[in-house]
Design a protein around this ligand. Structure first.
Ligand code: IMP
Ligand code: MG
Length: 183
């Protein structure tokens, strides 16, 4: 709370409603990492984190896996200041050979599903052995594409979330907990 008041000094005060605590996030990533480790034993796993939002989740998930995994990142720009434009542009290309490998896309949050659909199509062109999706949060209110989210930590019905890597206008990524931001 001290952190939040420092961030908002001299600005109109948005409201932060707690949604997920650091402890809840930690516990859910522990569970998820064991499931993924069990499922990918003996496979050639490549985690592909989607920048920027997924970088904190990616680091925490990777450190809990007990199977080998290579790592790469893609970056897409699709959002202005918090609302979906539906226009997706890749701003960082893949740098790892994934031909025949088992790719796991690591996202912070899936909202409309448009980004994910674009990314799955992009990655399939490199002929991976498999492509699955892992997201910290599965948010339902705006879903437009019916994409399968193979692994997720938390189901959230609605609201714009910040913290733990999730931003609003590049702010609040550093918050350890996740909040529903009400402007
Ligand atoms: P989608 O293409 O609509 O599924 O949007 C996916 C991307 O939009 C996510 O990877 C986030 O970067 C961003 N996004 C969607 N919802 C939120 C939110 O509630 N808070 C912060 N970023 C969000
Ligand atoms: Mg993202």
């Amino acid at each position: 709370m001290i952190l939040l008041s420092v961030v908002n000094i001299n600005k109109s005060m948005p409201e932060f409603i707690p949604v997920l605590s650091k402890e809840e996030i930690d516990r859910s990533i522990d569970d998820l990492a064991s499931r993924i480790s069990d499922d990918y034993q003996g496979r050639d796993l490549v985690l592909i984190g989607i920048l920027k939002g997924a970088f904190i989740f990616m680091a925490d998930l990777l450190r809990r896996l007990y199977v080998p995994a290579r790592v790469d990142f893609l970056r897409v720009s699709s959002y202005g200041s918090g609302t979906s434009s539906g226009k997706i542009r890749l701003t960082k290309e893949l740098e790892t050979d994934i031909n025949g490998s088992d790719v796991l896309i690591v996202e912070d949050i899936v909202d409309t599903g448009l980004t994910l659909k674009y990314l799955i199509d992009y990655l399939k062109a490199f002929h991976p052995g498999s492509v699955k999706v892992c997201s910290l949060i599965n948010k339902h209110e705006n879903r437009k594409k019916n994409v399968k989210i193979d692994y997720f930590c938390h189901d959230i019905e609605e609201g714009f979330l910040v913290g733990y890597g999730l931003d609003y206008n590049e702010n609040y990524r550093n918050l350890p907990d996740i909040y529903h931001l009400k402007i």
